[in-house]
Design a protein around this ligand. Sequence first.
Ligand SMILES: [Zn+2]
Length: 270
Amino acid sequence: MITESLAVLGAAAAASARWNWWRPVVSGGMPTLMYHKIGDAPPGSRLKKLWVAADDFRRQLDYLKEHGYTAVTPSDWRDAEKGLGPLPEKPVLITFDDGYMNNYEIAYPLLREAGMKGCVFLVYETLDKHNAWHDPASEPWLKMLTRAQVREMQDSGVIEFGSHTMRHRNLAAIPLDETRWELAESKKRLEDELGREMVAFAYPYGAGAYEPEVRAAVREAGYRFDFSIRQGISKLPWVPEDEAVRRLLIRGDDTLYDFHLNMTRGKARF
Ligand SMILES: [Zn+2]
């Protein structure tokens, strides 16, 4: 079913240079999907592309299963690096930035149903609250995950959590000592509350991922993996000294063919 519709979409896209079908197929690596909000964008949202509809998300999970991918978490990846067990043949890392309540309401049950897992990057001070860093003029305030939801998801084994700082600040635009505090404080508080090591960190706005001193601070804080928003698929084994882990931005207006190109070429469209 999915294969058929891909062929049709592929034929249509072949006529257009807008898509990256002509790129060489990337094999191996750790394709890392980057989602934000799952569900329908509220009226007034100017960030509609960061909303992926539930049906699209389900179809994307079906694609992954049909193409033999196994979802892993950053801890699985760390364990494999430590030699505690191999990664699956075709791993995929499904990540969600910010920690919206719709991740619990919509993404979590779909992941569980599909037998897959993912990683949500939390902004510590927004737990039980709303996305206060957004200007409500461009994006209505949304409910963020509650502590009870976070615990339930962690206990299920479906979702692992990482840090996305204390307050979602732009780490390339604040003094380094404040960056260090954002990194260390969020790690410590999340670890205290969740009783697990925070191995993964995602840069708010992707900012700082290519500033050597910010990246060094992330490693000094003790995170094992840092995730940027640079498009692409990082190779395995990942070499931390090279660059932060690349991700594939999944947009609300992506077709399944875009998704296929992301997974196989590391890029869908221009
Ligand atoms: Zn963010």
